[in-house]
Design a protein around this ligand. Sequence first.
Ligand code: PMP
Length: 500
Amino acid sequence: MKNKFNSILETIGNTPVVKISSIAPNNVNLYVKLESFNPGGSVKDRLALGVIEAAEKSGELKPGQTVVEATSGNTGIGLAVVCAKKGYPLVIVMAENFSIERRKLMRFLGAKVIITPAALKGSGMLAKAKELADTHGWFLTQQFENEANAAIHERTTAEEILRDFEGERLDYWVTGFGTGGTVNGVARRLKKERPETQIVLCEPDNSQLIGSGEKQPEWRGKGPTPSHPAFRPHAMQGWTPDFISSLAAEAVEKKHIDRLMPVSGADALALSKALAQKEGIFTGITGGASFAGALAIANEAGAGSNILCMLPDTGERYLTTPLFEDIDTEMNSDELAIAESTPNYRFDNLAIPQDEENEEEVEDPFPLTDAGIATMNKFLTDSDSPVVMFALEWCEFCWAARKLFKALDIPFVSVDLDSVSYAESGMGTQLRGALLDKLGTPTVPQIFITGEVIGGCTELFAANDDGSLKQLLERAEVQFDSEKNVIGADFLPNWVRKKD
Ligand code: PMP
């Protein structure tokens, strides 16, 4: 298979199947299919490509037309990848309770993200996406009922499974469902070509919509799709919305599901972590959940059975969710014991070890020159820009000070001493020489208002917090947002803030 591509979109699909060794019973062959290898990091890249290309072909989607969809995240990221490459503007509607990193990923990929209240659940965000599409004439991808969603799984996911298990048994194929695209498309093809393969569909144990045996209440044409009576909030983001989609219902009605498998949230979290720590396989909560279902099957399957389990996405998408809740940010006691097992480079022993033998006479790093003093004074006396910060371009404290200035709409000049142009002319070090001579300290940033030094980031924040900054700015007749109140420390980098 060639591994050189003309576009990122060609890298969608063809995900690897990997055998589990340490956390599977050893009389069966348990495999996982790693959908995190898709460019957007999840199975939903397939759907995104499938629905967009089907709509292009049918003429439903016109060049440059805005695409809109309601999604718990992965579909949005997949659509963002596809729309970025193909040049369609994209609007994603997402409930506020899905993880923050998903919103940011979509925005990073150029999409606009509209947030809806958690209380209105999955059906609420869907209704909003419909409303936006109707009002603005946007193309709604309708992932929950779009036949192209199932079709791409029939064409790609199922095809890959058939290829990878060619000439071998495949006794069980295990998945969960969100839109039902994966189960609908793959099961359809397997039932045709591998009727002996048992299709196992997992659901959260506390929210068994299909397991309840109750049909999805019908939509009566007004308001959002009604919630299924068995729906309860559950841990598996991306599985089991509060309704049974038509794609999922179709797989059930056609008797493509051989077995339902309830899975607990706790098992899902534990097995996602076990896959990471024992197999080096990084998957999200639904990956852990599907794997929990597959393990239950593995424990009762006959010797030599082949089981394949879908792992829909990567674990990196869940840093702010219960999956990472007990992963420490600070050193735990084991790590502290390691840190303290040698004498140096410790927070409780801050003396920096000196390599005395290598100490040589070095040139003055910050030479005091007339040109340096003159340039510094030019900045300090420029009446057009009373607020001046001598800074380093990427220093975190300089960024913190810039953020405070921006929050209060304070116009300022940042003289970045390590910028390429100052490095080339040598003026950066000469300005530092002039500042050192004037202030008696080499630290940066140094902030001035009408030539009067405020100090560094700490002093700037203190002056903000005690109100003196506003007085100084008003005295200097600087126009800024004097009504707004902010707390200096809120702008500090996280690693500094957490120490308090
Ligand atoms: N897991 C995750 C994390 C998902 O985002 C989704 C899709 N919503 C699924 C599983 C289920 O896939 P499908 O929509 O094809 O049923």
